[in-house]
Design a protein around this ligand. Sequence first.
Ligand SMILES: *Cc1c(COP(=O)(O)O)cnc(C)c1O
Length: 403
Amino acid sequence: MGLNFILDELKSLREQALMRDYRTIESAQGPYIQIEGKSYLSFCSNNYLGLADHPKIKQAAITAINQYGWGTCASRLVAGNMLLHEELEKKIAEFKGTEAALLFPTGYMTNVGAICALAGREDIVIGDKLNHASIIDGCRQSGAIFRVYPHNDVSQLESLLLRSSTYRRRLVVTDSVFSMDGDTAPLPEIVEIAQKYDAIIMVDDAHATGVFGQHGKGMIEHYGLEGKIDIIMGSLSKAIGSIGGFIAGSKHLVNFLKNKARPFIYTTSLPPAACAASLAGLTLIQEDTSLIDKLWENIRYLKSQLSEFISNISGESPIVPVIIGTAEDALNLSTRLYENGILIPAIRPPTVPLGTSRLRISLMATHNKEDINRLISTLKDIGFLTHGNVKHLKEGYAQTDVG
Ligand SMILES: *Cc1c(COP(=O)(O)O)cnc(C)c1O
């Protein structure tokens, strides 16, 4: 007995083409990365604005290390609260247009921490079927009743709210940009319904921060919903190119979470240099939106190129999924691309529903037209895209039952 079950489970994963492993990146994160000494064109990073390797951000981190050292060696509430944590929180609140903000070490911990603090056994959390795993884990851990509505189905959200008036608190939570489908939530409608039923509304703006809105402030700016979202969650580890998660909202909310969110309380605070990098990233976006413009130019170009071959390309964001079907087929296609020097890992269950394994193409502002042309011509060379044979790919969420 002992750990023998592990071998069986690994064997089963391998047989279903669901085994996962990582590659070793030997360079900085950019459009080109080095693996085993070879250069690969990468279309799989959340480094949407190319900031992870930006000279200003690297310099900000180096300066902070020289001034404050690296580690904090304490939680925020004990002795790990440093100047740069507070500066960054102030900056995030200003960026998101809220009274206050609270940092967490990661976006994952932010969702788990906030949801568990806000909802408990007497409460209900209602969320989109395709919400990020960290939201789902937060709901599960919270002990609250957890109900999902079909993807972006606002009328089903309303009927769940109609049937939930007996709970102490009702929390409605949705991604603003869905991480595996790249599509967006109908936030104005969701907010209206949540308000109608006096529910709390929480929006995960991880993929929209630094990408959507005229100044890159996210989906709330994009829709003009300032002041209407109770809880804005975001990540600093995508377009901002750094690390960390945050909640932006009222001063009272932040005070409450400081006292109640266990992933905030019981962990060491972020290194000050990480905060300095995030501060530099946010400043860069505020001063110059040209990287955001370039990103959207790339998104439009890729989608126009793909739509010559595929009739139903979804994705209204830097995430453009090409849904293949079986895990094996997606893996084979990914392998063929890799052999041709292009890195786009196959996304398979349980990350996406069974039968919707996909290539998930992510774009960066630092890609250029030639990079995108190379992707298209490689997809043609390996026989995936063929002219005169416009594909209608599988739909993502439509294939699955709603639990
Ligand atoms: C990436 C992501 C998170 C987690 O953020 P990290 O900072 O990577 O932990 C949360 N929600 C969504 C929608 C995400 O895509």
